[in-house]
Ligand binder design. Structure first.
Ligand code: FAD
Length: 462
C-alpha cells in the first residue's frame, strides 16, 4: 500500500501524528509519498504574503531533505487543492491520504470536500491533530460554547491531558526505489523553485537571510537555545525589545517546523518556574487565537464586536501619505519607527512594539485595523490567519477579550519604559536625533481625544 501525506502548515518530521500514522501503515511492504500544494486559487484561502513565501521556500527544501532520509519523496504542486490532491492520489496509485488538520473556515471546507470526494471514490482519507495543543471543539465553556475571554480559556486548556510527543519515525523504504516507481508511473516530483516563492526583482530578502535559519533544524536549535540560555530570564526580558529575550519561535510554529507540543514540553526544562509559566501562557494565546478563528471564521475580516462597524476608521486609499509614513517607519515616533523597520528588514517585530505600532495606526492615525493587518500579513514571516487578525482586533478594541478602547498606547511612554537607553531605537533608526529624522506625524494628545470621542458615539460605547 502507498499512503499520500498531504503537508500544509506542518512542515516537519518530528512529533508529527499524521506522518507517524502513515509510516506505520506502510510497515508491511508499503511506502509513503509526501505532497505539498501551493494553493493561491481556492476562493477564501488567503494567498501567503511575501515574507511568508520566502520562508515557505526554504521550509519546503528542508522538509524534502528530511523526508528523503526517511525514504519519502516530496511532490510539489500548484493549483486548487480540491483538484490537485485527488489527481495526485490517482497518479501515484495511493490507497489513501492523511493530513494534519487546519482550522480556518475556507481551509476546513476545502479539506471536508476533498475528504468526501476521495472517500466517494473508494480511497481512504484521515485527518490528524498536530498544529495545536488541543482541538478547538474540545475546549468549551460550561454552557458548551466557545470562550471569548482568555483567562478561563487558558485554565480549561491547561487542565486537559496532552498527547505523547512523537519521535522522528524510522525510514519507511529505499528513497530511490519509491522515486523510480513514481517515475515509472510518469509522476514527476516537481520543484520548489517552480513555485516562484522567492523575491527576484528586487531581492529584498537579504535581511531575512541574515536573521533566520528557516529549516526544521533551525527551529529545533532556536528552541534549544531559548531553553538552555535565554528562557530563564523570560519574565524579565520579554518586554524589552533591545535584548534577545523572547523565543523567536513564531515562524517555526507558523509553518509547523516546531510543534506547539514540543515548545510546551521544553518549557519544563526551565529552572525559573515563573518564566516557564509565562512562556506557556503565550503559547496559550496562540492557541486562543486559533480556537477563536475556528469558532468565528470571519475573524480576519469582521469586528467581533459589531458595535465597531460604525467606527469611522479611514482606509489606506483615503490616507495614502499617512499609511506610507507608518509602514515605512517614518512617523516621527522612534519606538514605532524602529519596529516598522525591524519588520520590513527582518520579517519580525517584537511583540511590545507590535502593540505600540498597531495602536498608533488604529487609534492615533485613525486607520482601520484591517489595513495594518494586511501590511503585517505581507511582511511578517510568522503571519498567520488567526494570531494576526486576533491581535489586531485586540489592539483595536473590537475583538474577543480585547484591550479596553480607552487604553491607548503612548509610543513615547512605551519607549521610556521598555527602551530607556534607546538601544532598540538606535539599532533600527540610525538617523534618530539628526535633522533627517521626521517630526511626529500626529499630536498624540489631540488624536487620543478624537479617538475617545469617536468611541463615545458608538452604540454601547462607554
Ligand atoms: P515569544 O514571546 O517567545 O512567545 C512564544 C510563542 O507564543 C510565540 O512564538 C507565539 O507562537 C505565541 N505568542 C506569543 N504572544 C502571542 C500573542 N499575543 N498572540 C498569539 N500568539 C502569541 N503572532 C504570530 O505568531 N503571528 C502573527 O501574525 C502575529 N501578529 C500579531 C499582530 C499584532 C498587532 C500583535 C500585537 C501581535 C501579533 N502576534 C502574532 C503575536 C506576537 O507578537 C508574536 O507571536 C511574537 O512577537 C512572536 O515572537 P516570539 O516567538 O519571540 O514570542
Amino acid at each position: 500500500t502507498r499512503t499520500l501525506l498531504w503537508f500544509r502548515d506542518d512542515l516537519r518530521v518530528e512529533d508529527h501524528p499524521a506522518l507517524t500514522f502513515a509510516v506505520h501503515a506502510a510497515s508491511d511492504d508499503g511506502d509513503v509519498v509526501g505532497l505539498y500544494v501551493l494553493d493561491d486559487e481556492t476562493p477564501g484561502i488567503r494567498p501567503l504574503g511575501g515574507a511568508a513565501r520566502w520562508w515557505l521556500h526554504h521550509a519546503l527544501l528542508s522538509l524534502a531533505d528530511r523526508l528523503r532520509d526517511l525514504g519519502i519523496p516530496l511532490l510539489i504542486r500548484c493549483g486548487p487543492a480540491a483538484q490537485q490532491v485527488p489527481a495526485v492520489v490517482q497518479a501515484t496509485g495511493s490507497t489513501g491520504v492523511v493530513w494534519t488538520r487546519r482550522y480556518g473556515g475556507p481551509e476546513r471546507e476545502t479539506d471536508a470536500s476533498v475528504k468526501e470526494d476521495l472517500r466517494g471514490r473508494g480511497f481512504t482519507a484521515h485527518s490528524f491533530p498536530g498544529s495545536l495543543l488541543q482541538e478547538p471543539w474540545t475546549i468549551s465553556t460550561g454552557g458548551g460554547g466557545p470562550y471569548r475571554v482568555f483567562t478561563p480559556f487558558y485554565k480549561n486548556l491547561s487542565g486537559h491531558p496532552l498527547r505523547e510527543l512523537l519521535p522522528v519515525p524510522k525510514p519507511v523504504a529505499e528513497y530511490s526505489g519509491v522515486q523510480s516507481s513514481l517515475a515509472g508511473a510518469g509522476v514527476s516530483l516537481g520543484a520548489v523553485d517552480d513555485l516562484d516563492l522567492l523575491p527576484t526583482r528586487p531581492d529584498w530578502a537579504g535581511g531575512l537571510r541574515d536573521r533566520w535559519t528557516p529549516t526544521e533544524e533551525g527551529g529545533q536549535q532556536r528552541l534549544r537555545q531559548f531553553v538552555d540560555q535565554e528562557g530563564d530570564a523570560y519574565t524579565r526580558a520579554r518586554d524589552v525589545p533591545g535584548v534577545q529575550g523572547t523565543s523567536l519561535l513564531s515562524p517555526y510554529l507558523r509553518f509547523g517546523q516546531v510543534s506547539p507540543l514540543s515548545a510546551w514540553t521544553a518549557a519544563s526544562e526551565l529552572d525559573h518556574e515563573p518564566s516557564a509559566s509565562t512562556f506557556r501562557s503565550e503559547l496559550g494565546w496562540r492557541e486562543f487565537c486559533w480556537h477563536l478563528l475556528y469558532h468565528f471564521p470571519d475573524l480576519p475580516e469582521k469586528n467581533l464586536r459589531t458595535q465597531f462597524d460604525a467606527y469611522p476608521w479611514r482606509t489606506q486609499a483615503q490616507e495614502p501619505d499617512v499609511f506610507r509614513a507608518w509602514s515605512a517607519g517614518r512617523t516621527g515616533f522612534p519606538f514605532v519607527d524602529a519596529g516598522m523597520r525591524e519588520l520590513w528588514q527582518s520579517g519580525h517585530m517584537h511583540n511590545r512594539v507590535r502593540m505600540a505600532a498597531a495602536s498608533l495606526l488604529v487609534k492615533n492615525l485613525g486607520i482601520h485595523w484591517r489595513e495594518g493587518e494586511a501590511w503585517f500579513w505581507d511582511t511578517l514571516v510568522d503571519a498567520d490567519a488567526a494570531s494576526n487578525p486576533a491581535n489586531w482586533q485586540w489592539v483595536a478594541g473590537s475583538g474577543a477579550d480585547a484591550a479596553p478602547f480607552f487604553r491607548i498606547f503612548n509610543p513615547e511612554r512605551q519607549r521610556d519604559r521598555f527602551d530607556p537607553d534607546d538601544v532598540y531605537v538606535r539599532r533600527w533608526v540610525p538617523e534618530f536625533g539628526s535633522e533627517d529624522y521626521p517630526d511626529p506625524l500626529v499630536d498624540l494628545r489631540a488624536s487620543r481625544q478624537q479617538a475617545l470621542a469617536e468611541y463615545q458615539q458608538l452604540s454601547g460605547g462607554s
